[in-house]
Design a protein around this ligand. Structure first.
Ligand code: ATP
Ligand code: MG
Length: 290
């Protein structure tokens, strides 16, 4: 069974891309899973994290990106290719073993065209993933920080949503809006996957100030009101993540990284897996959240 998880928060810079890439890498390298990571953001940050510039440029030119799969417009400069390619043709095979793989569907700036021309896009991602879905245990979708048709498409294509969040004041109201957006989507959509909220994961936690601790408590209180789960495991604030992005490596394999920080990524993956099991069995109860 394939679990498709969108990493979503309309607030920018909260660690969606960093978490998405590291979850994907961890699930492949340490859980032996077949993983597809999708960069679904016109900023294409995940693409820059996992592919070096020449490999990316080569891939964009010769194979195409998620934008090629979604956009049909002779006026755009999309590849000099005659027809829209098949999904598999645009997928980069980053790593593989005998039984597992880490595949990647890159993005590019042109994806923004979808936001400007949203007509009839809602089911497009869901549809284009359909044939490839059975090849994967996990599909992680790194979403853009916007409430746009890209969000609707990602939610439509996903079984689960995971909300990375930085513990700051500005996150509190944004969180309430995000949960309402997900709930409204669940109520109004004919989404066949009926997306469920896995909960929020605190990222960039410094753990050294009472202001931050108070803020995390306030967000937890808010989460109880909104019936949303809060992950017990958090990702600390560390330059390790900056180094990892710079070196295009998983943060949990960064040299000289603190052991607790390396372990935290694995702990978030395990907690995510147990949430998926729980939600798949019981529905969305947020039980045991706080
Ligand atoms: N745990 C962390 N510790 C320190 N820095 C981090 C951590 N997680 C992410 N960062 C840094 O914070 C910045 C934002 O992270 P990231 O790009 O993952 O956020 P995002 O939510 O995907 O942003 P956007 O909304 O623009 O897509 C990046 O420079 C990243 O290196
Ligand atoms: Mg991002």
């Amino acid at each position: 069974m394939t679990h498709t998880v969108s990493l979503l928060n309309m607030k920018g810079g909260v660690g969606k891309t960093t978490l998405a890439v590291n979850l994907a890498w961890y699930a492949y390298r340490h859980r032996n899973k077949r993983v597809l990571l999708i960069d679904f953001d016109p900023q294409f940050n995940a693409s820059q994290y996992v592919m070096d510039y020449s490999a990316y440029a080569d891939h964009v030119k010769n194979k195409g990106t998620i934008a090629d799969l979604l956009i049909e417009s002779p006026t755009l400069r999309l590849r000099p290719k005659q027809r829209r390619p098949a999904t598999t043709a645009c997928i980069a095979h980053l790593e593989h073993s005998e039984s597992a793989c880490l595949d990647f569907l890159p993005s590019e700036l042109t994806l923004a065209h979808v936001v400007k021309n949203p007509a009839q896009m809602e089911f497009r991602l869901e549809k284009l993933l359909a044939p490839t879905r059975p090849h994967y245990d996990y599909i992680f979708i790194d979403c853009a920080p916007t409430d746009s048709v890209l969000t609707t498409m990602a939610l439509t294509a996903s079984c689960f949503v995971l909300v990375p969040m930085r513990p700051d004041r500005f996150s509190i109201l944004g969180f309430a809006n995000l949960i309402k957006t997900i709930e409204a989507f669940r109520e109004n959509s004919s989404d066949p996957n009926n997306v469920q909220n896995l909960g929020l994961v605190f990222t960039q936690v410094r753990g050294s100030s009472s202001v931050e601790a108070d803020c995390m408590n306030d967000i937890r209180v808010q989460a109880v009101k909104l019936k949303s789960y809060v992950f017990r495991n958090t990702l600390g604030y560390s330059n390790t993540f900056l180094t990892a992005i710079q070196n295009q490596t998983p943060a949990f394999e960064t040299k000289y990284a603190r052991d607790d920080l390396k372990a935290s990524i694995g702990e978030v993956v395990k907690e995510m897996e147990s949430r998926i099991t729980q939600l798949s069995a019981n529905g969305d109860t947020a039980e045991g959240a706080q």
